[in-house]
Ligand binder design. Sequence first.
Ligand SMILES: CC(C)(COP(=O)(O)OP(=O)(O)OC[C@H]1O[C@@H](n2cnc3c(N)ncnc32)[C@H](O)[C@@H]1OP(=O)(O)O)[C@@H](O)C(=O)NCCC(=O)NCCS
Length: 161
Amino acid sequence: MNKRMHAEHATAASIQIEPFRSDHIQPALDLWRQCSGIALSEMDTPENLHRYLARNPDLSHVACNCYGHLVGAALCGHDGRRGYLHHLAVDSDHRRMGIGRRLIHHCAVALQNIGIPKCHLFVIDDNHAGKRFWQRIGWQVRADLRIVSRWIGFNVNPSVR
Ligand SMILES: CC(C)(COP(=O)(O)OP(=O)(O)OC[C@H]1O[C@@H](n2cnc3c(N)ncnc32)[C@H](O)[C@@H]1OP(=O)(O)O)[C@@H](O)C(=O)NCCC(=O)NCCS
């Protein structure tokens, strides 16, 4: 059975939300690469994602179907004050089933459980569908902030965001 046939048989109840483990990194990268609205950077290597998960234990989550295949993923971390979400994506054949909402709920509860009361995320400005999703699930798209960035490392490559 291929991925689309799995999706046709999937029900919301058959999708499990689980903590993001190291063995989810490669399938998550495969998903993120297929999704417009997700901007992977040169830092999104398997090694760096492994490090991210180790630095932020039990905060990031994946969604898996009844065959154990990853159909959604969200990275979640914190800096001691605020939480941060990155790279929320749901497989295109599994959207509008509540998986994105459930992934974010699990990440938010995990942050609350370690005393982090507020969370931020980045949305590409022309990702209008993404913004509609966040607003629909109760998040505020803020117009009062801009990201300010500068390359500070040795591998300066101004063409990469
Ligand atoms: C955004 C995304 C994660 C949503 O995942 P999803 O599993 O389809 O979302 P859900 O089914 O949990 O939807 C939750 C609510 O948002 C609504 N919603 C979802 N996508 C929407 C959209 N494009 N426009 C308007 N509302 C939307 C749903 O209707 C639902 O509302 P309801 O519960 O009141 O009916 C998914 O579309 C995706 O992977 N997009 C590409 C990657 C991306 O842009 N990620 C965000 C990066 S910031």
